[in-house]
Design a protein around this ligand. Structure first.
Ligand SMILES: [Zn+2]
Length: 117
C-alpha cells in the first residue's frame, strides 16, 4: 500500500495533511501539505525519481550527427529514453523540434506538452 494512502497528521497543528502536486522544473511530484502551511512531504518515490532526473540533467552526452537521406540524425541516449518511460510518459513518434536560439535545438515530447496544458 502506498504511504500516501494513509492519513498523515501535521506534527505542529495535528491537522490532516492534504494531497497536493508540487512542480519542480516541469517535474510533477506528489506531496502532502499541511492546510496551515507548516509542513510539506514529498512522496519518497517521486523524490527519488526527481533526483534521477536532476542527475541526468547535469550529465552532458556527446552524440554524433549522422546523415540519413536528406536529413541529419542524432541519437538520444538510452538512459534518457528509459528514464522517460519509467516516468510513464511514454512517447509516441512525434516530437516537436525547435531552433531555440543560435547554436541550440530543443526537442519537446508530445506527452509532456499535453501534461502542461
Ligand atoms: Zn500544520
Amino acid at each position: 500500500m502506498d504511504i500516501f494512502e494513509h492519513t498523515i497528521l501535521c506534527k505542529k497543528c495535528g491537522k490532516e495533511m492534504e494531497r497536493a502536486t508540487v512542480i519542480r522544473n516541469g517535474f510533477q511530484l506528489r506531496a502532502l501539505v499541511c492546510p496551515n502551511g507548516h509542513d510539506k512531504i514529498i512522496h519518497p518515490k517521486d523524490e527519488e525519481e526527481y533526483k534521477k532526473f536532476k542527475d541526468l540533467r547535469e550529465k552532458e552526452f556527446k552524440v554524433k550527427m549522422r546523415i540519413v537521406g536528406n536529413s541529419y540524425a542524432v541519437s538520444i541516449p538510452k538512459e534518457i529514453v528509459s528514464f522517460m518511460q519509467d516516468q510513464e510518459k511514454l512517447m509516441n513518434d512525434m516530437v516537436k523540434l525547435c531552433f531555440e536560439e543560435s547554436g541550440r535545438l530543443s526537442l519537446t515530447f508530445d506527452k509532456f506538452l499535453e501534461k502542461e496544458k
